[in-house]
Design a protein around this ligand. Sequence first.
Ligand code: GKR
Ligand code: MG
Length: 420
Amino acid sequence: MKIATVRITPIAVSDSPLLNASGVHEPYALRSIIEVEADNGLVGLGETYGDKPVLDSLTRVKNSLTGLSPFDLTGLWQRVHAAGRSAVRGVELDVSPGSQASHADQKIFGAFEVAFLDLQARSLGIPVHELLGGAVRRQVPFSAYLFFKFASDIDPSYQPDAWGETLDETQLVTQARTMIDRYGFGSIKLKAGALDPEHEVACLKALKRAFPDHPLRIDPNANWSLDTAIRMAKQLQGDLEYYEDPTPGLDGMAALHKATGLPLATNMVVTNLTEFRRNIALNGVQIVLSDHHYWGGLRATQTLAAMCDTFGLGLSMHSNSHLGISLMAMSHLAAAVPNLTYACDTHYPWQNEEVIKGGKVAITGGCVSVTDEPGLGVELDHDALGALHEQYLRCGLVNRDDATQMRKLRPDWSLRRPRF
Ligand code: GKR
Ligand code: MG
């Protein structure tokens, strides 16, 4: 079996005005959909970031893959390296590690690796979780990912969303209740770093009162100074499953852990093995959020999992806005990683559109099921793909830029990190 054609299709997916430390989500989230077609007609699927630097790199690599065996992951690495790193420079959004140029090769390799693995598994008639060594769980738990947000009518460029505004305790508890009723999530993550920290902590405490049995996480994306993070920690003692990236830098996180003893988690300061090694020396964070999109694919994330196991760190999973191909890649991976014991993050409930046949993947009892269907178990809906590609061309966005979007809505807003 040899690769005959590779197709990369950029798409834009409607998104809501979700707030974070860098500003607000734009009306569309950008993704790239990858199809790797073999000479026997089988197609492997992948999904990754849709920002221009990534798209350019994917496009540069894709033609060099023709003729390669989809089992030849070493050959894939060689072709990614040969295409060179320079093309991936561009916008860097530090709440979104995938946008960092330092992860260029891992990102591009990982995007194709998922499609190669999907193709391998399809050709063997086995699911990806089996290819990865076998499932330890068939139901993969995800957490309710809550955001402060504006109502969608804040600007006509947003599609109407039924979530409404979420800026206070009551609205946040309502958002949580809707998500938990709809999807059955058993744990909650609050995206913070957007509003005043005292207010965000009061909101988290309202969640604690409303959902006393749900483990809670708060993630200010390093928008709190060390002093603020310590002050908030005193109020949060006992409320948190883990405290995710409250303050900038590995040294800051190490000082915070020393001062508070709270379990700290990150998707910002341990994003490669060099940072992993430094973290062990500093005891900065105790839980690493994996993400195959920038760790270099599914197998590299299994290596990260083994490293966490060896060094006694916890393992969870990070998410950015994504669709079902990414969700299934995350789920097959999580199914095959024994020490991934925390519910994974997912933005999936915030997206209404899909590119896979049958529409949205079901989340039931807070979990995504992995089955024995070959590969990732999903097929591309070409009509839906075409429509979302048209949307990409129409919307005119080519890079994620939450700060510029915030300034459109709040002209006096400026980006400061840490803000609080
Ligand atoms: O979508 O606004 C967002 C998130 O803040 C995302 O960009 C982060 O990368 O979810 C992520 C996180 O856990 O930091
Ligand atoms: Mg995070």
